[in-house]
Design a protein around this ligand. Structure first.
Ligand code: ATP
Ligand code: MG
Ligand code: FE
Length: 338
């Protein structure tokens, strides 16, 4: 089954074609980073308008890359939520119209389910059950995954997401938006022994996380130490985030006894985090699984893939479509044939 996937939940336009027999056939991502950079964050209306401009040519582009005619598609998957409503509506509208015109099924996909299943796009795939650490710009959660649509939330951030903390800290350090990759680069030159930042919520049991206090701690350090400490501060901040996530992942593996740890979402591209989680998993006799770097952040491949798994099981959305800004992952269910 060949499925076109469309991602427009935020500031990336992602389009891809995934085949359930042959794997990923083509994918393209257009990042709006330059468009929003001077505002220091995503401007929703600008995001929607840019998706309108980019989607149709990008769909034609991936069809050409895959050597396919649109009539060779068997389904269309689009991100239904969570995300920016205006941006989501652009993808949903295009996806539904295309599916209607081609008389093929369409399905609205959960953005975090798509992130969570993205490591399955790789040759080395995780097997169920596994623990998933979802670390992105808007979410930080630990989920026990028993199968497609069978998700139990083990813990989550009670305030800021890890990616959001990276972005805000980067802004404090006057790094360009989005801050995660820039902060990681700066931290490489930092002295790991100069500062030690707190590891929030690691001294009490449970798998919930918190990153807003760490951000405040970082701000106070920046104000006290001045600009020449930037690399050391970046290093201390990153070490604290990585250490906190590692402690919680170790606990989640111990608590569930599963042998697979899946890491997905933009912060999963962080090399220090990958290295540390590799050690944690090895100590627990478990293995880590990641999407390739470019599929950690938002992309159409993960949407095409998650949609294809559900469409192939017979699930589809009705012709009337809706999008949702908020949509808890735990409310998802295994696919139900229409
Ligand atoms: P969500 O998926 O929760 O809706 P999102 O789609 O905005 O949020 P992603 O695209 O998955 O999030 O990831 C973007 C986030 O990942 C940003 O906060 C960015 O700073 C962070 N990020 C990307 N690369 C790195 C890195 N190398 N180190 C740390 N953080 C990173
Ligand atoms: Mg983004
Ligand atoms: Fe995302």
């Amino acid at each position: 089954m060949r499925v076109l996937g469309i991602e427009t939940s935020c500031d990336e336009t992602g389009v891809a074609i995934y085949c359930t027999r042959e794997g990923l056939l083509a994918h393209a991502v257009h990042s709006q980073v330059a468009l929003h950079a001077r505002y220091g964050g995503v401007v929703p209306e600008l995001a929607s308008r840019d998706h309108v401009r980019k989607l149709a040519p990008m769909i034609n582009g991936v069809l050409a890359d895959a050597g396919l005619d649109r009539r060779q598609l068997d389904g269309v998957a689009y991100t239904r939520g969570p995300g920016l409503v205006g941006a989501l509506l652009v993808g949903a509208g295009v996806a539904r119209s295309l599916a209607w015109g081609l008389d093929i099924p369409a399905l609205g996909v959960h953005h975090m389910e798509a992130h969570l299943l993205a490591p399955m796009l790789e040759a080395r795939k995780p097997a169920y059950p596994f623990v998933a650490l979802l670390v992105s710009g808007g979410h930080t959660m630990l989920v026990l995954v028993a199968g497609l649509g069978r998700y139990r939330l083990l813990g989550q951030s009670v305030d800021d997401a890890a990616g959001e903390a990276f972005d805000k800290t980067a802004k404090l350090l006057q790094l360009p938006y989005p801050g995660g990759p820039a902060l990681e680069r700066l931290a490489r030159d930092g002295d790991p022994t100069r500062f030690r930042f707190p590891r929030p919520m690691t001294d009490r049991p449970g798998l919930d996380l918190s990153f807003s206090g760490l951000k405040t701690y970082t701000r106070n350090t920046v104000l006290r130490e001045g600009d020449d400490a930037a690399a050391d501060i970046a290093r201390a901040f990153q070490d604290a985030v990585v250490d906190t996530l590692a402690i919680k992942c170790r606990r989640a593996l111990e608590q569930t006894g599963v042998k697979g740890l899946v890491v997905s979402g933009g912060v999963g591209a962080n090399r220090a985090l990958r290295e540390r989680l590799g050690e944690v998993a090895a100590q627990a006799g478990a293995e880590t699984y990641y999407p390739r770097f470019e599929l950690c952040t938002d992309n159409g491949a993960m949407v095409a893939h998650a949609g294809a798994l559900r469409l192939e099981a017979g699930e589809q959305s009705g012709p009337a479509f809706d999008v949702v800004a908020r949509w808890p992952l735990e409310t998802l269910e295994p696919p139900v044939a229409a």
